[in-house]
Design a protein around this ligand. Structure first.
Ligand code: SF4
Ligand code: SF4
Length: 204
């Protein structure tokens, strides 16, 4: 007769006293371990719509769509395709928000089955800022304001950033455009894309 090893005997006794290691799912809801790496989720309020996570995602599970052609304000839809996600956490690392304040974070969602795979996605929306001359997309409003706050007084070298910040604070003096218009320079204090800024600065 073979006798159990001491370690196995200890495990068996522990299991009798503490109960089994496995959960009773589906009879009871399963609570994942605190370190479980589950489906990442966007935080609508913290996300800046900067697309750094989309660039970094190795499985193309993050995408975006800029919507400009309906009656609603222009907006960027950030899309997370949950069925393509491998829960690697690269998006969380790449997020430009500070550590501890990330706008996409691995959560503890694990029960992710769908009958229809086309429904396996989640979205958030961010308002877009368009160039006030040509109408091209510059960035999301939140991204511009975040940059202006990060740069502090340095943002006053960039009219697009400081005008975004002043408008957010409700203290932008729009009359300055009228004053400068006589001189043909009103575009200099507008929110512009890089190309229109270059043309304005070089008087093309
Ligand atoms: S966890 Fe990995 S695969 Fe999933 S969205 Fe983030 S970067 Fe992409
Ligand atoms: S990197 Fe962070 S802030 Fe930028 S779009 Fe992704 S989640 Fe949002």
């Amino acid at each position: 007769m073979k006798y159990p090893k001491l370690r196995e005997l200890a495990e068996a006794i522990k299991a009798v006293i503490k109960g089994p290691y496995t959960s009773k799912f589906p009879a009871q809801p399963h609570v994942p371990h605190p370190n479980f790496r589950g489906q990442p989720e966007f935080d609508q309020d913290k996300c800046l719509g900067c697309l750094a996570c989309e660039e970094a995602c190795p499985s193309a599970a993050i995408a975006h769509e800029d919507i400009l052609d309906d009656d609603a304000p222009p907006r960027r839809v950030m899309i997370h395709y949950t069925d393509d996600c491998i829960f690697c956490g690269v998006c969380q690392d790449a997020c430009i928000r500070e550590t501890g304040d990330k706008a996409i974070v691995l959560g503890n969602k694990w029960e992710l089955s769908y009958f229809d795979r086309s429904q396996a996605y989640e979205t958030i929306e961010k308002e877009l800022q368009l160039c006030e001359v040509c109408g091209d997309v510059i960035a999301t409003r939140d991204h511009l304001i975040w940059l202006a706050e990060k740069l502090g007084e340095l943002s006053f070298s960039n009219p697009t950033l400081y005008m975004s910040r002043l408008r957010e604070l409700g203290v932008a003096d729009e009359n300055i455009q009228t004053v400068l218009a006589d001189d043909g320079r009103s575009d200099r204090v507008k929110i512009l894309c890089a190309e229109c800024r270059r043309k304005t600065a070089t008087y093309e």
